[in-house]
Design a protein around this ligand. Structure first.
Ligand SMILES: Cc1cc2nc3c(=O)[nH]c(=O)nc-3n(C[C@H](O)[C@H](O)[C@H](O)COP(=O)(O)OP(=O)(O)OC[C@H]3O[C@@H](n4cnc5c(N)ncnc54)[C@H](O)[C@@H]3O)c2cc1C
Length: 500
C-alpha cells in the first residue's frame, strides 16, 4: 500500500498520514523514493518539495553554462547507468532524474509547491506532524508520518549569499547572484565582473566570455583546477566493445573511485608534485608568459578545498583568447561605475556577478519541536552524519564534499531502508540515537574540522549544525572509501539505537 491514509477531515483541515515523509525532490529525495519502493515495498511515502519541479540544485540554478563538477558516473545513482559525457549540464541531469521518476512510477508520490514550515514530534503518538505551505494556493497542509527523511540539501534555495560591500548601493549597473540569474539578462556589449573563483565563477566566466564585451574574474585568492577532456576513455572503449551500459556504469564507477582514492592519497603524500601537475595543466592552455603564479597558484595544499574540473580547459581558453581576464586583488568598495580595489586599481563594470556562495540552511529552515520544545540542532550530536541524539525517527542526507554527493545519498538510503525494515520486524515505533555509556567522556567538536574543509557557508553557520564526537560513529567522516563498507555493516542493535 503506497497511498496516504486520510486520518481526519474537518471543514478546514485534512491530515494525511504516510509511513515515511521525504523532504525535497532533489537528487537525494528522488533517490530515497526509488530505494523505498525497492527495499521497503508496502510502506507508504510522500515526497514534499517546495519548488514547482524536481531536480533541487539542478532546477534552482539557471546561470549560463550551469554544469556538474563531478563526473555523472558517480554523481548519478548507483542503479541507473549514466550514458553520456561525464560532466553534465543541469538540463541533462534533470533529464536523467526525470527518467528515474518515470521508469519507477515515482511522480505520484511527489507533491510540488509544498514548503514545509514546521515539524513536531509527539512521543505519546510516536509521530511527526508536518505543516506545509502550499505555494500555489497559500493554504496550509497537514501530514503525519512515522519517519522523516530529510533530503533538503544544505543551502537556502531562494537566495544566494552576497557579502555586504561598501558602496554597493551607489553602483549604477546591475548586481546579479548566479543562484537567481534573471532569465532576460542580456550581456551583449556589456563589461562584466564576476566576483569569486569557485566552481560557479569558473563555469559562468567561459559561458559568457563570447557573449559580452569582456568578462573579468575577480578573485581574492586563487583556486586549484583540474583540466581534461570531458570524456572517459575507458567508457568509450567499453562502449566500442558493445558492453552493456549497466556494466560500463559499474566498471567506470569503480575506475573513477579508484583513481580518486589514489589522487587523494597523493595530495597528502606528495602535495608538491600534485600541485605542480595541476599547475602544468593550467600552463598548457595559458602558455609560459602568463602569470600562473599570481592567478592560479593557491597557498594551500591541493584538496583542502574542492577542486573544480574544467572540461577542455574552457576557462583558460577564454583567458588565452583575451575574452576573459583574471584579477587577483581585494575589493575596497563598489563605485558608481564598478569596483575600486585595495591595490588602488579600478574595474569598470555594467554588470557585477557575485559568485560568492550560499546561505546555509540547516535542515530546510523548518521549525522543529520535540514534545512541545523547540529543537536546537546545535545541541545534538550526529550519529554518522545521518541522525541526531535525542531526535527520534529522523535521518538526513548530507553528502560528500570531495566525492560525489550521490555516492552517500545511495549509502544513506540503504541504511534508512534497513532501519525501517528492522523496526517493522521488531515492532518498534521509535528509534532515538543516544550516546552510550562508553561515549560519556567523548570530546565534542564542530560538525566538520575547519582544518580539513572550510567553505564560507559552513564556517558562517557551523554553530547551527549538530556536533560531532571524536569517534567514527559520532561523526560525518567525509570518507566514502571507509563508509562504503562501514555503513552497510552498522549493527542496528547497537546501544546507540534506543528503540521504543
Ligand atoms: C551549482 C552547484 C553545482 C554542484 N555540483 C556538484 C557536483 O558536480 N557534484 C557534487 O557532488 N555536488 C555538487 N553540488 C552539491 C549539490 O548541491 C549536491 O551534490 C546535490 O545536488 C544535493 O542534492 P540534494 O537532493 O541533497 O539537495 P538539493 O539539490 O539542495 O535539493 C533539495 C531540495 O529540497 C527542497 N527543500 C528544501 N527545504 C525544503 C522545505 N522546507 N520544504 C520542502 N522542500 C524543501 C529544495 O527546494 C530542493 O529542491 C553542487 C551544488 C551547486 C549549488
Amino acid at each position: 500500500m503506497n497511498d496516504a491514509v486520510v486520518l481526519s477531515t474537518s471543514a478546514e483541515q485534512t491530515v494525511e498520514h504516510f509511513d515515511v515523509l521525504i523532504v525535497g525532490a532533489g537528487i537525494s529525495g528522488v533517490g530515497g523514493a526509488y530505494h523505498l519502493t525497492q527495499q521497503c515495498p508496502g510502506m507508504s511515502f510522500v515526497v514534499l518539495e517546495a519548488q514547482d519541479s524536481y531536480g533541487g540544485t539542478w532546477w534552482t540554478h539557471r546561470y549560463p553554462g550551469i554544469r556538474s563538477d563531478s563526473d555523472l558516473h558517480t554523481f548519478g545513482y548507483r542503479f541507473k547507468p549514466w550514458t553520456s559525457a561525464p560532466i553534465a549540464t543541469a538540463a541533462e541531469i534533470r533529464t536523467y532524474m526525470g527518467s528515474v521518476i518515470a521508469e519507477n512510477d515515482l511522480a505520484r508520490h511527489i507533491r510540488y509547491h509544498h514548503k514545509i514550515i514546521s515539524a513536531s514530534w509527539s512521543r505519546e503518538d510516536n509521530l511527526w506532524t508536518i505543516e506545509a505551505l502550499a505555494g500555489d494556493t497559500g493554504a496550509t497542509r497537514l501530514f503525519t508520518t512515522r519517519f522523516l527523511w530529510m533530503c533538503q540539501g544544505y543551502y537556502r534555495h531562494e537566495k544566494g549569499y552576497t557579502p555586504d560591500w561598501a558602496g554597493m548601493e551607489s553602483f549604477k549597473g546591475q548586481i546579479v547572484h548566479p543562484q537567481t540569474w534573471p532569465e532576460d539578462l542580456d550581456l551583449t556589449g556589456k563589461k562584466v565582473v564576476v566576483i569569486g573563483s569557485g566552481a560557479t565563477a569558473a563555469t559562468v566566466v567561459p559561458a559568457i566570455a563570447g557573449a559580452c564585451e569582456h568578462v573579468t574574474m575577480l578573485q581574492r585568492s586563487p583556486t586549484y583546477f583540474r583540466t581534461g577532456r570531458n570524456a572517459i576513455a575507458l567508457a568509450e572503449e567499453l562502449r566500442q566493445l558493445q558492453v552493456d551500459e549497466e556494466w560500463i556504469h559499474e566498471i567506470v564507477r569503480k575506475k573513477i573511485l579508484h583513481d580518486q582514492s589514489v589522487f587523494t592519497q597523493r595530495t597528502f603524500k606528495e602535495p608538491e608534485t600534485v600541485k605542480q601537475e595541476l599547475l602544468a595543466g593550467v600552463r598548457a592552455y595559458l602558455g609560459p608568459d602568463y602569470d600562473v603564479e599570481t592567478h592560479f597558484t593557491p597557498s594551500y595544499r591541493p584538496w583542502r578545498q574542492r577542486i573544480a574540473f574544467i572540461p577542455d580547459g574552457d576557462l583558460f581558453q577564454g583567458v588565452r583568447d583575451g575574452k576573459a581576464s583574471v584579477v587577483t586583488d581585494e575589493i575596497d568598495r563598489f563605485t558608481e561605475t564598478g569596483i575600486l580595489l585595495k591595490s588602488g586599481k579600478t574595474l569598470d563594470a555594467d554588470v557585477i556577478v557575485t559568485a560568492t556562495g550560499f546561505n546555509l540552511s540547516v535542515l530546510g529552515d523548518i521549525a522543529f519541536e520535540i514534545d512541545g520544545k523547540p529543537l536546537v540542532f546545535g545541541d545534538t550530536v550526529t550519529y554518522r552524519g545521518m541522525m541526531f541524539t535525542g531526535v527520534p525517527n529522523m535521518a538526513w542526507v548530507f553528502g560528500y564534499f570531495r566525492a560525489s554527493w550521490t555516492l552517500r545519498s545511495d549509502l544513506v538510503a540503504d541504511f534508512v531502508c534497513r532501519l525501517l525494515n528492522h523496526m517493522r520486524e521488531m515492532g518498534a515505533r521509535r528509534v532515538t540515537p543516544t550516546l552510550r555509556p562508553e561515549d560519556a567522556d567523548m570530546n565534542l567538536l564542530p560538525w566538520i574540522d575547519p582544518e580539513n574543509f572550510n567553505p564560507g557557508y559552513l564556517m558562517r553557520g557551523m554553530h547551527l549544525l549538530p556536533k560531532r564526537g571524536d569517534k567514527a560513529e559520532w561523526a560525518h567522516t567525509q570518507d566514502y572509501w571507509n563508509e562504503k563498507d562501514q555503513l552497510p555493516a552498522i549493527d542496528l542493535d547497537d546501544a546507540a539505537f534506543v528503540y521504543g
